[in-house]
Design a protein around this ligand. Structure first.
Ligand SMILES: NC(=O)c1ccc[n+]([C@@H]2O[C@H](COP(=O)([O-])OP(=O)(O)OC[C@H]3O[C@@H](n4cnc5c(N)ncnc54)[C@H](O)[C@@H]3O)[C@@H](O)[C@H]2O)c1
Length: 443
């Protein structure tokens, strides 16, 4: 394992470019600015607080992830964004009401300099936001050129040596990807024809890949999950990751479902509901936008529970998911889960989860980790789908034909073993028979 030699050091500034300058992106940016000042702790960030054990359990070699692999330092992060509204990041932070006045006061000056470039908008796809800051382009090809110019300008303005894109914009109305978008050749034709199926998220991602910038998608919108863009990413030698952050309710779901499965407890139904009062909630109040979220939220149970292997336990699961826009709650989302399970001889039981969370507080560290790890993958020369980053996503991507892995702890093992491999260390299997010598001889 001599991968270490291939690693390029993380030098210079890294620009994190976010289509969408909303609650998630500004909470991430404000948090990073607070970290730079030593005025906050990076809680929830695997890259900043996580550790990895190396070697045997008795070796006592546990190292911080950021010491194991050369990640960009948070002090070198700079930010650029696009939005269809013209407010700067300080104004959005204030309006979003996520952080305290005291925290906002410490970073207001830095955030007021982050002004979004005009967005590429389709009013049929994001219908609940009154756009006042949009590009006047008339053709997809023109929009792509304008976005590529923005990216080149961002790099100059921010004096950045490298960039990654993390898409953080509103949820678009659900459209199953049409035939036109499936292969790179058909996508190119659809772009030439200015096809109406093409959503803005896809345009940002396409432009970034053409501009040599890796892309992660924190939203449920179609972009790098499409084979056409995966083909482009491989062609351009760029890593991609997505989609939709696994931050709150789904994170809990992918912890509880594997526990039920591990103990072979049956499941009749899982009813998940949320109240949410931020702008994301307002956009999701549009049933066509909620449909996109429902698809990414609803998919996780099947792959974890494997009903095809356990029809008696998971053959008939009623899985319902809903989100209600309820303004008084702002960003403080409340999620309820009612889980109807059954045990020995089929006797029924229930589990109730009531998660009083803060949406953007959960999401911001994920954006930081995704940006740093995607940049690491880029410097490794890795291209295409980064399945080892599935830990961060609701609907992880895997190579065609490979079943996806949704279990949070399998995802974590995959993430840590990949970091070990990058550092030239051996993976850890947790077999552990060797500790017991002749008592438990390895067969
Ligand atoms: N907070 C979480 O825990 C969480 C978890 C998973 C996914 N997400 C996703 O992250 C995204 C951002 O969430 P948020 O809470 O910041 O929402 P938000 O509404 O505060 O911010 C989204 C921003 O995107 C902008 N936007 C809309 N269309 C655009 C376009 N075409 N170009 C550029 N900007 C555009 C909006 O004007 C808005 O400022 C959403 O898609 C959300 O579903 C959030």
């Amino acid at each position: 394992m001599e991968n270490k030699k291939q690693l390029q050091p993380a030098e210079g500034r890294l620009a994190v470019l976010t289509p969408g300058l909303g609650a998630v992106s500004t909470t991430f940016m404000a948090g990073v600015e607070l970290l730079k000042k030593g005025a906050g702790e990076p809680i929830g960030s695997v890259t900043q607080m996580g550790t990895v054990r190396l070697g045997k359990r008795t070796d006592e070699r546990t190292v911080c992830i950021k010491e194991l692999v050369p990640l960009a330092d948070v002090s070198n992060l700079v930010f650029g964004a696009w939005d269809i509204r013209g407010e700067n990041a300080a104004e959005v932070m204030q309006r979003s009401g996520v952080l305290s006045e005291a925290d906002m006061g410490k970073v207001r000056a830095e955030l007021s300099h982050i002004k979004p470039k005009a967005g590429v908008h389709n009013p049929d796809m994001v219908r609940r936001i009154e756009a006042n800051h949009i590009k006047k382009t008339r053709h997809h090809r023109e929009s792509i050129e304008a976005l590529r110019q923005d990216m080149a300008d961002f790099k100059k303005e921010l004096k950045a040596d490298n960039a990654v894109m993390v898409i953080c914009m509103s949820v678009e109305t659900y459209h199953p990807p049409s035939e036109n978008l499936l292969t790179l050749a058909s996508l190119e034709k659809a772009l030439d024809a200015n096809h109406e199926d093409i959503n803005p998220t896809l345009l940002y991602a396409y432009a970034a890949l053409q501009e040599g910038i890796p892309v992660a998608n924190a939203t449920p919108n179609n972009s790098v999950n499409l084979e056409s863009l995966q083909e482009l990413a491989r062609e351009r030698g760029l890593p991609i990751a997505g989609r939709d952050l696994k931050s709150g309710q789904t994170m809990m779901k992918t912890v509880i479902a594997p526990a039920l499965k591990a103990r072979l407890l049956g499941l009749n139904g899982w009813f998940s509901t949320n109240i949410l009062g931020n702008r994301d909630g307002e956009v999701l109040d549009d049933p066509a936008a909620f449909k996109a979220k429902e698809v990414t939220k609803a998919g996780v149970l099947q792959s974890i529970l494997q009903p095809e292997l356990y029809p008696k336990l998971y053959g008939e699961v009623h899985h319902k998911v809903s989100i209600h826009y309820y303004p008084p709650r702002g960003d403080a989302k409340e999620g309820w889960d009612n889980i109807d399970i059954f045990g020995w001889l089929g006797y029924p039981m229930q589990i109730k989860v009531n998660f009083l969370c803060r949406d953007s507080i959960l999401a911001a560290p994920l954006v930081l980790d995704i940006a740093l790890l995607l940049n690491l993958a880029h410097r490794m020369g890795w291209k295409g789908i980064q399945e080892w980053m599935s830990f961060f996503f609701k609907t992880p991507m895997a190579k065609k034909g490979l079943p996806v892995e949704n279990d949070l702890f399998i995802q974590q093992t995959k993430l840590k073993n990949t970091l070990r491999a990058i550092a030239g260390e051996l993976p850890i299997t947790h077999l552990g028979l060797d500790y017991y010598g002749d008592d438990l001889p390895i067969p």
